[in-house]
Design a protein around this ligand. Structure first.
Ligand code: A2H
Length: 253
């Protein structure tokens, strides 16, 4: 733990009412699941939000009056970044596990889907980011593999209380064109490497290397307002726009 110097963009994904049981007493408040990403320019392609069913999360007050949900570890880091009402303190309102907030509707910035859902990802790490991961299956191989797992396996969905409507209508959105990979880079990489599930860790690491590097240096934006621009030239601009509009905050660890 401590400040290692990685800057993340925390994407604010607003939890819709009615709130789950453990958060029902907060009805009327603004609650956000905050997802840590290195790729703010891909938020146009969000299809869902990943939480780990067995992992612990906390809900706490921010300086803005809003309520954030993340791991306690991330909350602790935030309280030293002048984000909480009292520096060095986390005002915990509720303690949760991922399953308590599973299958819930969210409003997320920039994506064309009006409502997206929290879905289970079993490989989320405790000690990185916020423990909440936004899903961009067009450009993140991990996200594509995990979404395919849920789509292919009804038993996997029902185990976590996920209904068909939370998964089946959501398709990867073409947002970035990468030479040789096309407009759905992660899908192409997963297909070429014949990735079978989110547990194909070695192949997924390779897929990630391929798309991430080439996407950053050679990727060209397809989304309206940024079309034709290089990924590396719009990354900061899009991050700043989301921060200015209150849709995201910066977070260091
Ligand atoms: B990225 P780094 Cl489109 N456990 O966001 C597992 N993965 C986590 C995590 C955690 N606790 N916290 C964040 N992440 C993911 C978008 C994205 C990301 C795209 C492409 C690549 C990519 C949409 N998901 O990351 O170890 C988040 O996914 C490739 C590395 O700090 C975050 O950015 O480098 C990234 O991993 C942070 O990983």
């Amino acid at each position: 733990e401590g400040v290692g110097g990685q800057e993340y963009t925390l994407i604010k994904m607003q939890l819709m009412e009615p709130f789950p049981e453990k958060l029902a007493f907060l009805t009327g408040e603004k609650i956000f699941l905050v997802a840590a990403t290195l790729r703010p320019e891909t938020m146009f392609g969000q299809t869902n939000c990943w939480v780990r069913p067995d992992m612990r999360y906390v809900a706490y007050k921010m300086k803005s009056g809003e309520i954030f949900i993340s791991t306690y570890r991330a909350a602790r880091n935030m309280c030293y970044q002048e984000m909480t009402p009292v520096d060095g303190q986390v005002d915990i309102l509720a303690e949760l596990v991922g399953q308590d907030i599973m299958g819930r509707p969210l409003k997320a910035p920039l994506t064309c889907y009006d409502t997206i859902y929290t879905l289970p990802m079993l490989t989320i790490k405790e000690d990185k980011g916020s423990g909440i991961v936004t899903s961009v299956p067009s450009d993140a191989p991990d996200d594509y593999a995990a979404l395919c797992d849920l789509k292919k396996k009804p038993a996997f969905r029902s185990k976590y209380g996920i209904t068909d409507e939370m998964v089946l209508p959501f398709e990867p959105i073409p947002i970035i064109d990468i030479p040789d990979f096309g407009s759905l880079g992660a899908v192409t990489a997963c297909e070429r490497l014949k990735i079978q599930s989110q547990n194909d860790r070695e192949k997924l690491a390779e897929a990630k290397d391929q798309v991430y590097l080439r996407g950053f240096y050679e990727g060209v934006m397809l989304v309206k307002g940024h079309e034709g621009k290089k990924v590396q030239d719009v990354k900061k601009t899009i991050q700043k726009q989301m921060v200015a509009s209150g849709e995201a905050v910066l977070y260091m660890e």
